[in-house]
Design a protein around this ligand. Sequence first.
Ligand code: ARG
Length: 283
Amino acid sequence: MKKAAVLLMLTMAVAFAGCGSAPAEDAGQASDASDVSDIGEAEVDLDEEEDTAESTASAGDVLADGVLTVGTNAEFPPFEFVGDDGEPDGFDIALMKAIGDKLGVEVEVENMEFDSLVASIGSKIDAAIAGMTVTEERERMVDFSDSYYKAVQYVLVPKETEIASADDLAGKTIGAQLGTTGDYMIEDFEGATAKQYNKAVDAVNDLVSGRLDAVIVDKNPALVFAEKFSDEIQYMDFSFEPEDYAIALPKGNESLTAAVNGALEELKADGTFDDLVNQYIGN
Ligand code: ARG
């Protein structure tokens, strides 16, 4: 498998040479960076373990064309939303672009339905960043990066409501974005009727106009929506199970996951991550 190793190193060299304005310097820095030392290990693995060559080579394959295609669902402020220029913007988008910079690849964002993100990884998209909670069910289909944010489900209710605790959600008509953890929670409330929407904001509009008793959505978007419709609705924190957001990646591509985790670690260490939190999420 020597040949494959050489090929991978060549494609890596091309990927890094294609990055930024000062490729020589980037490549120099990159060689002491943790993400690239992970890729370096992958190269060694190729030499030593022929049968793992295919899966370890794929970080190179995914990154070799210099473009990382990342799916999102830009209906989830402040993590992702459509900016004034019509392009996806938000914390996740900025974070993913910063990861792309570290890896020396351009990040191209595909805005799609949340519910089809996981199934599209490995075909239409290389990865997904979408305030996506790590769940066992999703882990059967994709691998996740290290978690980059803690989240929890909040409940949006009208200003005037009899809902004061999670138990009061029994028998209610509850809206959520299709295929989200908030959506999956509705069945826990006895006799509740679930209404699913392609966008959380459509559920919120139905709440505002009295067609729903409650909406279950992640905390930070809930705060944004509650603020936007502050005359009509309010948010409630019923202390549901904490969730972890992570980037979804192709199953079994360990070297890509290692590279993304390495970049994430560097962004935390150099302060970029906290800057993005302050810029997009606040406290
Ligand atoms: N955290 C929830 C989940 O993973 C909701 C994510 C919705 N994200 C979005 N971009 N619409 O299911």
